[in-house]
Design a protein around this ligand. Structure first.
Ligand SMILES: CC(C)(COP(=O)(O)OP(=O)(O)OC[C@H]1O[C@@H](n2cnc3c(N)ncnc32)[C@H](O)[C@@H]1OP(=O)(O)O)[C@@H](O)C(=O)NCCC(=O)NCCS
Length: 182
């Protein structure tokens, strides 16, 4: 059984970024992108309607960290405290040493290599510190940016579920990609 605990919170630093713990003070920054239909298009969750929605999400994130069942980092530029995106393991399956990765970035920052820069140490952290054996990502097959990102980091398509996800009145397909520890 995987025994890693997210205490102390693992801050991650890259060339341009700091990945840090999210607090309620970040609610407005996170609202700025979770309210956008374009950012949430492939997430399968409703857009945030208010700061209160985001504060509730932050409480759930914090609960997951305390229970060691999930973790999310706020992505900020170095020298700027503003959260421009999030990345994390939304579900850690401790029994099977497996976790599900997810990420989103505020649209003005797309295609600048930010998620590539963030995902690399997060994968490394998952394998070397958390001791994961595999990492999975679930995505809408139409999400070209996410697919390209995952492929770039060695994830391969493992499964395709037809109409397994009911969201906003429609059954949607899900692609599952995974990366196995070398
Ligand atoms: C998916 C997402 C996180 C990618 O973030 P990003 O910071 O723009 O990604 P990067 O700049 O690191 O780009 C990663 C790769 O994808 C490519 N890419 C990024 N956006 C793309 C787009 N819209 N269309 C095609 N390719 C794209 C980049 O060219 C890069 O490939 P390369 O290094 O071979 O050139 C971002 O588009 C996003 O937040 N989308 C909304 C939320 C979402 O869908 N999350 C994923 C749910 S599974």
């Amino acid at each position: 059984m995987l025994s890693y605990k997210f205490k102390p919170f693992p801050v991650i630093e890259t060339e341009r970024l700091i990945l840090r713990r999210i607090t309620k003070k970040d609610a407005e920054d996170i609202f700025n992108f979770r309210k956008e239909a374009e950012v949430m298009k492939y997430i399968g969750k409703p857009t945030a309607k208010s700061i209160k929605d985001v504060k509730e999400l932050i409480v759930r994130i914090e609960d997951g960290i305390k229970a060691n069942s999930s973790i999310a980092w706020g992505i900020t530029f170095k020298n700027e405290n503003r959260v421009i995106g999030t990345i994390g393991y939304h579900r850690v399956d401790r029994e099977h040493y497996r976790a599900e990765i997810g990420y989103m970035i505020n649209q003005p920052y797309w295609n600048q290599g930010i998620t590539s820069e963030a995902i690399n140490p997060v994968i490394d952290f998952g394998f070397s510190k958390m001791n994961l054996h595999s990492i999975e990502a679930k995505l809408d097959a139409a999400n070209i940016a996410s697919k390209k990102l995952l492929t770039k980091f060695g994830f391969i398509k493992e499964a395709y579920f037809k109409e397994n996800y009911f969201f906003e009145g429609k059954f949607q397909d899900t692609e599952v990609c995974s990366l196995i520890r070398k």
